[in-house]
Design a protein around this ligand. Structure first.
Ligand code: SAH
Ligand code: SF4
Ligand code: F3S
Length: 442
């Protein structure tokens, strides 16, 4: 049998989809990239904004009609939209067979088997004390150099705009022993770089009695032989401890790149978002980070047009982009999410204004990104090769410790060898819009 899986949303969902494929491989389902030949279609959804949520409904519009030719086809929807809608989604979408929640990953194979037997739709979206599926380990892709490791799930922050705490549940930290075991297995399978995942990784362990802190966890991952690079996402600016900042100074495998979501530059807006920090506190953290890692590459998330955001507030966001100098930003128009506090706020910003602010924000950032990439020209960097470059024959692609993409011609002697996972010293010779070009140096 064949399973086709479509994934929207964040890295957590990408990682979850890898686990689902693994679970079904144990049930004799082979993954396929062709939805029309699949016996099982799974859509792993995201509800963080309206746009990704709507993707589910257009996907179902494409897949449910396939049942006419393939009556044995089973269609399942999981992830954050499934969690939010629960079994109401079955009523809204006739032809849909299964709705499974964010804590029900590992029970999906049984759900599918049950639906095949009973020929009746089913849903399972209860929250569990320990989210199911967290201990499922996907087999790493034999060609992969990096892998994601979920260290915690859920979020207790309840930022006023955000649906995540409602759809991922309360914050839960995996036992550190299980995390280290997984990292060891990944290293044995040839993985060189791990990305530790969670909605708010720097509060790891704080609510689990006896558990170690996030900085201590990083120290333990650092000791795993074979792992050469460690990254993590997402950190919350209000929880940037000095202990974590100094980990960057003491752990050489910890990469000098950090995603630190700012959301907005105006203190009034940050307050109404419930973020728990001011622009000044954020800048102080950036300063401290740059003291221990002068070359750290920062990325961030920005929301424009939050309810009540004035033009002057928005200008503060632009000012922060200039002050911090992010490598890259992920910027979004505010999208009201049902059930969140901000959805009931007054002074919604008209869509036209949001669009205009987003365009201005992105135009400024493009300039900043370009300047930062250009400043790399002439530098020598250690590039971890991830595979052949998309741009063609004889070129390899990899990332610098700061996570910048570098393409470079493979030296003749290695042009026929697979070098993914190797680290080369590469001199940057040119900057493009989103990547760098380099040459291997001796
Ligand atoms: N846990 C992470 C990421 C959460 S979701 C964090 O705390 O930063 C990823 C990003 O989506 C957020 O950082 C935010 O910028 C954006 N986002 C969340 N809810 C949104 C909404 N209602 N409208 C627009 N963007 C939103
Ligand atoms: Fe959402 Fe805030 Fe939690 Fe991030 S910290 S997931 S933005 S509630
Ligand atoms: Fe989306 Fe859920 Fe991730 S809402 S951003 S898939 S946690």
């Amino acid at each position: 049998m064949k399973v086709y899986i479509e994934t929207y949303g964040c890295q957590m969902n990408v990682s979850d989809s890898g686990k689902i494929v693994h679970l079904f491989a144990n049930q004799d389902y082979q993954p396929t990239s062709d939805s029309r030949s699949a016996d099982l279609i799974i859509i792993n959804t995201c509800s963080v904004r309206e746009k990704p949520e709507l993707k589910l409904f257009s996907a179902l519009g494409r897949y449910i009609p396939l049942k006419r030719q393939r009556p044995e086809l089973v269609i399942a929807v999981g992830g954050c939209v499934a969690q939010q809608w629960g079994k109401k989604l079955l009523e809204r979408c006739p032809g849909l067979d299964i709705v499974f929640g964010t804590h029900q990953l590992d029970s999906l194979p049984q759900l599918v088997a049950g639906v095949r037997r009973s020929q009746k739709p089913a849903s399972s979206t209860d929250f569990l004390a320990c989210p199911g599926g967290l201990e499922v380990m996907a087999r790493p892709d034999p060609k992969a150099v990096n892998a994601m490791v979920t260290i915690m799930q859920g979020c207790d922050n309840f930022c006023s705009y955000c649906i995540v705490p409602y759809v991922r549940g309360r914050e839960y930290s995996r036992p550190s022993s299980a995390i280290i075991e997984e990292v060891r297995k990944l290293a044995e399978a040839g993985i060189k770089e791990v990305m530790l995942l969670g909605q708010n990784v720097n509060s790891y362990g704080l609510k689990a009695p006896g558990e170690i802190s996030f900085a201590e966890l990083l120290g333990m991952v650092h000791e795993v032989e074979g792992i050469e690079r460690i990254r993590f996402t997402t950190s919350h600016p209000k929880d940037m401890s000095d202990e974590l900042i100094s980990a960057f100074a003491t752990l050489p495998k910890l990469c000098p790149s950090l995603h630190l979501p700012l959301q907005a530059g105006s203190d009034a807006v940050l307050k109404r978002m419930g973020r728990g920090y001011t622009a000044a506190v954020y800048l102080e953290n950036v300063e401290k980070l740059r003291q221990v890692m002068p070359d750290v590459a920062l990325t961030t998330d920005i929301i424009v047009g939050f309810p009540g955001e004035s033009e002057a507030d928005f200008q503060q966001t632009l000012m922060m982009l200039e002050k911090v100098g992010y490598d890259q930003i992920y910027s979004f128009k505010y999208s009201a999410r049902p059930g969140t506090r901000a959805a009931d706020y007054e002074d919604m910003i008209p869509d036209e204004e949001k669009r205009d602010r987003l365009a201005r924000c992105q135009a400024l950032q493009n300039k900043i990104s370009q300047t930062l990439l250009l400043a790399q020209v002439g530098k020598v960097s250690e590039v971890l090769v991830t595979g052949p470059s998309k741009r063609g024959e004889g070129e390899w692609s990899g990332r610098t410790p700061e996570s910048r993409i570098v393409n470079f011609p493979a030296p003749v002697s290695i042009s026929t060898k697979v070098v993914a996972g190797d680290i080369y010293r590469v001199k940057i010779v040119e900057a493009f819009k989103h990547s760098l070009k380099g040459e291997v140096v001796a």
